[in-house]
Write a protein that binds this ligand. Structure first.
Ligand code: HDE
Length: 704
């Protein structure tokens, strides 16, 4: 149960919540209205009158309903939740919200894509934003991260160039939410520091199955500061309890059409169901004296600290348990800012972070219309706000008293300054000497070694997906020199990668490696090593038609739901189907309203009549074949096996007569119709679903 502290933010929001049943219709100035369908006119067919204040207010308000969308990360979805540390981190930081498990801090999280507009599809190939606002007792702390641990550029001054390059091209505003176009590849191929992040972008990390199944990273090296003033470098990691899982590219493209709100809907529905998304917060801690012990610069945001070098220390857990009441008021108006920090958390001189500390405040001023955006309900800290900032558009506070300056004597010097002992923020004291200079540090100049590390760490199937992604993206590029230049860059990462991409593009592969692959790996980077031990919240399609075995459907439903999965019966029509046993089976959805790509797994139960109907139904066949193509778990029982057999799925071994359970390439089947076989098949099916996808099928064209 959330504590009073965790509920604090919701209680603060209560007075701002407006209910539609809270009295009759009024104008914005409270006058009741008896007709909102007809404007005030001179005669029934005459002109509308200027004095129709209701008409003018209603339409004028409507005319002004839009605000500028975020210049990046415009498309997103948010949720409230709670963060609780496992233990005190007092040794490293004095941040109050990290002082022990008795602290429960309310949070608001916004997940987002980066390049697309507000109305763009969720499942595009892109980085995902993972921004968390902790409403701590000491003020708001914003951890504005991404689902990749590195960034494209090293200095914030390049951000406008990068964003201009990835956004739709300026002459025709094409393509929407895609990096597969000339200007993006032109820029990154000329900017070798981007190569590491681009490799992540070409990996499956850029098409997460769910916001609940992706990691988050603070990216920069930040600094913890303890009560004695000692600093410790820190990297933040969010780890999803459900593991890190992705779609495949072709699937992601189809989902973008079938359900453009795929990730947003998934988050919303999970929270509505009570399947609260959970993330563990972990940190990598580096003592300040170890600043120069790495073969990269800790201040360089294109670098990770490999987990094998500095292990992750889990420090707490976040549970997202409440959807917003209003998308605009909360998810759209939430304003994150990297400089929203609390005592005990400080910056480093990472030039990207330094630039962000300017940009996030600046952007809210234009986006939210002025300096009072911190007073919007979602942004208000639960900590008390007292200062001499005054006035401005949309001022919500009624400041009393005669003074709005410091020092003053008229108000007894109030508000008084806090001492560090009373919780004032004290910037970490770091000695900095130098000449003014517009130059990148030499220590930022290695752009390839960590890209090679990432590549080396990938499983074979991940490498295949990466090569296919480069081929796809560069295949859309019309300037041959951009393709060639990119291949040349890839040759610095790995010769085999460059060669494979070149071959797909019809570009001459580089004759020799540009350097020697160092051969190092970091297993933590591979999604193949992510936890795969649960079927919780996985969607499973059970295909059925008249004559389906109700007993088998019942076993499937019961066992899969028991493991936390979400089985749904899909049939050629909604309503119900007749069962083989003479009763009926309720249908959750008509097959035509959904798609195979919207499920994690598909199964076909028995019943001769049902199997015959499905085997002759193009859509049902497509459900099975597409799931197979996308590496998903499949199961077939009794006569349902014939539906799979009829598809002649390449190289697939299916159960024959006799009822024995056969498992091959992530497909489990048994022709036996009995309860024992059903139980055995469903148990095996659950294991296969938990493993997310099954690569290397004989027909593996999942990457195309
Ligand atoms: Fe952002 N970024 N960013 N960014 N960013 C914005 O702020 C910016 C960067 C990130 O859900 C903007 O309120 C600069 C890295 C997230 O509301 C803007 C630079 C990381 C979100 C901005 C970066 C991020 C933003 C646009 C380079 C991961 C969405 C609207 C120096 C660590 C937050 C807004 C939300 C949003 C600037 C680079 C994450 C313009 C100048 C690195 C998750 O201020």
């Amino acid at each position: 149960m959330p504590t009073d502290e965790a509920r604090g933010k919701q209680e603060q929001l209560d007075p701002s919540r407006a209910r539609p049943d809270d009295g009759p219709l009024t104008t914005n100035f409270g006058t009741r209205v008896d007709d909102t369908d007809n404007s005030l006119k001179v005669g029934e067919r005459g002109p509308t009158l200027l004095e129709d204040f209701h008409f003018r207010e209603k339409v004028t308000h409507f005319d002004h309903e839009r605000i500028p969308e975020r210049v990046v990360h415009a498309r997103g979805a948010g949720a409230y939740g709670v963060f609780r540390p496992y233990e005190s981190l007092a040794e490293y930081t004095k941040a109050d919200f990290l002082q022990g498990p008795d602290r429960e801090t309310p949070v608001f999280v916004r997940f987002s894509t980066v390049a697309g507009s507000r109305g763009s599809a969720d499942t595009v190939r892109d980085v995902r934003g993972f921004a968390t606002k902790f409403y701590t007792r000491e003020g708001n702390y914003d951890l504005v991260g991404n689902n990749f641990p590195v960034f494209f550029i090293q200095d914030a001054i390049k951000f406008p160039d990068f964003v201009h390059a990835v956004k739709p091209e300026p002459d025709n505003e094409i393509p929407q939410a895609q990096s597969a176009h000339d200007t993006f590849w032109d820029f990154v191929s000329l900017q070798p520091e981007s190569m590491h992040m681009v490799l992540w972008l070409m990996s499956d990390r850029s098409i997460p199955r769910s916001y609940r199944m992706m990691q988050g990273f603070g990216v920069h090296t930040f600094r913890f500061v303890n009560a004695e003033g000692r600093g410790t470098f820190v990297k933040f990691h969010w780890r999803p309890v459900l593991g890190t899982h992705s779609l495949v590219w072709e699937e992601a493209q189809v989902v973008a059409g079938k359900d453009p709100d795929y990730n947003r809907r998934d988050l919303w529905e999970a929270i509505e169901r009570g399947d609260y998304p959970e993330f563990e917060l972990a940190v990598q801690l580096v003592p300040e004296e170890d600043e120069f012990r790495f073969d990269f610069d800790l201040l360089d945001p294109t670098k990770i600290i490999p987990e094998e070098t500095v292990p992750l220390r889990p420090i707490g857990r976040m549970v997202l348990d409440k959807n917003p009441d209003n998308f605009f008021a909360e998810t759209e108006q939430v304003a994150f800012h990297t400089a929203h920090v609390v005592p005990g958390i400080d910056f480093t001189n990472d030039p990207l972070l330094q630039g962000r500390n300017h940009s996030y405040l600046d952007t809210q001023l234009i986006r939210l219309g002025g300096p009072n955006f911190e007073q919007l309900p979602v942004n208000r800290p639960v900590a008390k706000v007292t200062n001499n900032q005054r006035d401005g558009y949309g001022q919500q506070r009624v400041h009393t008293g005669r003074t709005s300056y410091a020092p003053n004597s008229i108000s007894g010097g109030c508000p008084v300054l806090a001492s560090p002992d009373a919780g004032a923020y004290v910037h970490h004291q770091e000695r900095v000497d130098g000449v003014k200079i517009r130059k990148r540090s030499e220590s930022f100049s290695d752009h390839y070694r960590q890209a090679t590390l990432f590549w080396n760490s990938m499983a074979d199937w991940e490498k295949e997906h990466i090569v296919a992604a480069y081929r796809f993206e560069l295949g859309k590029v019309t300037h041959p020199e951009i393709r060639e230049r990119t291949v040349e860059r890839l040759n610095h990462i790995d010769h085999a990668l460059a060669t494979a991409v070149a071959e797909g593009l019809g570009v001459t592969p580089p004759a020799e490696p540009a350097g020697r692959n160092h051969g190092r790996t970091s297993p933590a980077l591979s999604q193949a090593n992510s936890p795969m031990d649960t079927i919780a919240t996985r969607r499973v399609a059970i295909l059925a038609a008249d004559g389906v075995s109700a007993d088998q459907v019942a076993v499937l439903r019961e066992k899969l739901s028991g493991g936390g999965a979400m089985p749904e019966v899909l049939a050629p029509h909604a309503g119900e189907v007749r069962s083989a046993e003479g009763g009926t089976v309720p249908v959750d959805r008509a097959m035509s309203t959904m798609a195979s790509v919207l499920y994690d797994a598909v199964c076909v139960p028995g019943g001769a009549e049902s199997a015959a109907t499905l085997g002759a139904d193009g859509l049902a066949r497509h459900y099975v074949a597409e799931a197979f193509k996308h590496g998903k778990a499949l199961a077939a029982l009794g006569e349902g096996v014939e539906v799979l057999r009829g598809l002649a799925l390449p190289g697939l071994r299916l159960a024959g007569a006799g009822g024995a359970v056969v498992e091959d390439q992530g497909v489990v089947s048994s022709t036996g119709g009995g309860a024992a076989e059903a139980e055995e098949v469903v148990a095996a099916f659950a294991d296969l679903i938990a493993r997310h996808r099954h690569w290397g099928r004989d027909s593996d064209s999942t990457v195309a």
